[in-house]
Design a binder for this molecule. Structure first.
Ligand code: NAX
Length: 328
């Protein structure tokens, strides 16, 4: 047994966390030899509901769970945290424009960035799930100047998983046959799922799936619009699949990416592929097993890809302008 990992999770009484917390406590993120301490942050009106979630967690008697902290104070929730998963936020309400949502959630991430800066562990790593997750991560990063920029990520793993599943279904192969599924840009309906460089059983996808019109149109729009399709079908937004992606994101950040493969993570751009520096932008990344990643270099991008990437970059630049006053 190693020493416990302190995992702070926000929005802990919400839908995604109802699927996420139990899996973390069961050891699915850090494996069967690593005990975990859960530090759960909510807003004050949700503390009773959070107590109920904690009672259920207790009732699972998870052998790896060493402690559980429930709080509505960010400095307590993030105290000594090695990993912070920021899920909590205000959901988009009907009639709300994207810019309104960004403005409504911005101050939450300003405050949480400051709290992380003050009390998190020296090795803290941050994954933002709450939407708009790229820009929320940007705000958090700017308000935590003592934490290195490369520790801030936003989750596009659900988009990677969705894209893999669509390609596998079209090709009639199991999902495990699909690799190198990069997602570029914003976790929004402008994201670019790069099928050109994805592979099925090691072969480039356009060689395996010969319906290129489907790849260029239906595949991309299905992945981009999957969140809305789930809301329409289920009456509420993706929760278990988002929790699953958060497990994948954090687990694979601390695991060596298999030779030749990559995963999607939105990370602080340092200008890779000409993307505006400082944006939290989803790239194909590889992880080294020690909690570090690098953006994969040398991926070939044709005109089709470059145009899509420019569109999603433009949207992120516009989002950054909307929250400029929150970026210290
Ligand atoms: P819920 O509304 O069920 O839960 C959100 C929880 O956050 C609530 O319990 C609320 O009280 C809490 N909260 C609000 N402000 C908070 C604060 N300042 N500190 C701590 N907690 C706070 O939403 P849920 O379905 O769990 O979704 C959570 C977020 O994930 C949303 O922003 C949603 O848009 C986003 N998603 C992101 C995805 C991604 O792939 N990146 C996919 C799924 C999901 O849409």
């Amino acid at each position: 047994m190693t020493s416990p990992v302190r995992i702070a999770v926000t929005g802990a009484a919400g839908s995604i966390d109802y699927s996420l917390l139990f899996r973390i406590a069961a050891g699915e993120m850090f494996g069967p030899d690593t005990p975990v301490i859960l530090q759960l942050l909510e807003i004050t009106p949700a503390m009773d509901a959070l107590e109920g979630v904690a009672m259920e967690i207790d009732d699972c008697a998870f052998p790896l769970l060493e402690d559980i902290v429930l709080t509505d104070e960010a400095t307590k929730g993030f105290d000594g945290a090695n990993l912070a998963i920021l899920v909590g936020g205000m959901p988009r309400q009907s009639g709300m424009e994207r810019a309104d949502l960004i403005r409504a959630n911005g101050p939450i991430f300003e405050g949480q960035g400051k709290a992380l800066n003050e009390v998190a562990a020296d090795d803290v790593r941050i994954c933002v799930v709450a939407n708009p997750c790229n820009t929320n991560a940007l705000i958090t990063m700017h308000n935590a100047p003592d934490i290195p920029n490369e520790r801030f990520t936003a989750m596009t793993r659900l988009d990677e998983n969705r894209a893999k599943s669509q390609l596998a279904a079209k090709a009639g192969v199991p999902v495990r046959s699909v690799s190198n599924m990069g997602i570029w840009g914003n976790h929004s309906n402008t994201m670019y799922p790069d099928f050109f460089n994805a592979r099925i059983d090691g072969e480039p996808v356009p060689q395996v799936i010969d319906d290129h019109d489907w790849l260029k149109e239906e595949f991309i729009s299905t992945v981009q619009g999957r969140g809305s399709a789930i809301i329409e079908a289920r009456g509420s937004s993706s929760a278990a699949s988002a929790a699953n992606a958060a497990i994948d994101h954090a687990r694979d950040w601390f695991k060596e990416t298999p030779e030749g493969d990559w995963h999607a993570m939105a990370v602080a751009s340092t200008g890779e592929y000409g993307v505006s520096e400082g944006l939290i932008f989803s790239f194909p990344v590889r992880c080294d097993g020690e909690g570090n990643y690098e953006v994969v270099e040398g991926i070939e991008l044709n005109d089709f890809a470059r145009e899509k990437i420019a569109t999603t970059e433009k949207q992120l630049i516009e989002e950054r302008e909307v929250v400029q006053d929150l970026l210290t």
